[in-house]
Design a protein around this ligand. Structure first.
Ligand code: SF4
Length: 358
């Protein structure tokens, strides 16, 4: 049975959820590496690995969703919470561009005190005045904006796109299964809410990414179910042929530090990460790109993930402390990324947020 499934993958045939679970439970890691690499090379040049130079910017950390796994937010009314000022945003934008960066990955907090205009003006400022690609807003934020604007999700997204929104990161998917969402983020809405926003984005022709945060108490079957709803959504997006759809999938393990789960849930091992990412590459046969999560797994495992189906190293992750340091930080960061990719046996190339060549 296992050998047949692997043969099917090598022959380019789609596998179903039962077969994916078989691979999760029984396949050797080395077999998964071969199958995932074969799948990867159907979508991507075998000898090249991309990365993007952008910056994660959280315009606010005030949030009223209170996800149990989140150590980032402050409650509305907490004096430690912030909303970035225009001057702070401008400084971050200028630093990013000076380092060869092309965009912002822009996300909150779901801040109940900001009006609809705030978001349109924020995107306009970053896009029109700062000249950045705005890869912005997780589905839970867009859902809230639709309520603020009193429009459909599609109309809300069209307004954001007119203001300069370029694409949407898939943050906040966690595990797209009711049981897990209710347990870890009861106020965030079920899987349907995340999927509905992404569906609306695809309907209006926007590019998005699909994500998964795993290792939060889900079963392997629930991980497969997560892959399954993403693959079905991507099938629908590709059938529309309007430019909308997921450009990439990225998975990372739950980090429990400073949350109520600390010490209660073991962090997934490197082997588990590699197994998960390889099966994602095999199962998500309609996703062009799979990102390695070196930021959470460490550089070595991030590098190793390139042998398990990943074709992209994600972002350089310019950080405040790094960016504000002397110019050598940029050289070190970019050199290090190029070195990591080269020493894994690939040629590096810099992309933008929708996988165009920079
Ligand atoms: S919605 Fe985002 S910022 Fe808010 S609590 Fe959840 S993960 Fe944290």
């Amino acid at each position: 049975m296992l050998a047949e499934i692997l043969e099917q993958v090598l022959a380019g045939k789609r596998i179903d959820t039962v077969e994916a679970l078989q691979l999760f439970e029984n396949a050797d890691l080395s077999d998964l590496a071969l199958a995932a690499t074969t799948a990867r090379n159907r979508h991507n040049a075998p000898d090249r690995v991309s990365y993007v130079v952008d910056r994660n910017v959280n315009y606010t950390d005030i949030c009223n969703v209170y996800c149990t796994f989140c150590a980032f937010y402050h409650r509305p009314g907490d004096s430690k919470g912030y909303v970035l000022t225009r001057e702070q945003l401008q400084k971050k934008a200028e630093e990013t561009k000076a380092l060869g960066g092309t965009g912002f990955l822009l996300q909150g907090g779901v801040n109940p005190d900001l009006p609809w205009d705030y978001y349109l003006n924020l995107v306009r400022f970053l896009h029109d005045e700062m000249g950045l690609w705005v890869h912005g807003f997780s589905p839970v934020e867009i859902h809230m904006m639709a309520k603020l604007s009193q429009q459909t999700l599609q109309a809300t997204l069209l307004d954001l796109r007119s203001a300069g929104l370029g694409s949407i990161p898939g943050g906040g998917a966690e595990i797209l299964v009711d049981r897990i969402r209710k347990k870890i983020a009861p106020l965030k809405g079920g899987p349907d809410q995340w999927l509905d926003v992404m569906e609306a984005a695809h309907e209006v022709g926007l590019a998005t990414t699909g994500t998964m945060m795993f290792g939060i108490g889900e079963t392997l079957a629930e991980r497969v179910e997560h892959f399954h709803v993403l693959r079905e959504q991507q099938d629908r997006a590709l059938a529309r042929a309007n430019g909308g759809g997921h450009t990439a999938f990225v998975a990372w393990p739950f980090q429990s530090g400073n949350t109520v789960w600390e010490g209660k849930i073991p962090k997934p091992t490197d082997a588990e990460y590699l197994r998960t990412i390889a099966i994602a590459r095999i199962f998500l046969d309609n996703f062009p790109h799979i990102q390695s999560s070196w930021v959470t797994m460490g550089r070595k495992t991030g590098q190793l993930a390139l042998q398990y189906g990943c074709d992209d190293m994600g972002s350089l992750m310019l950080e405040e402390n790094v960016v504000s340091a002397a110019g050598t930080c940029y050289t070190v960061n970019r050199d290090e990324m190029n070195r990591l990719i080269r020493s894994a046996g690939y040629a590096p190339w810099q992309r933008d947020n929708v996988y165009g060549v920079v």
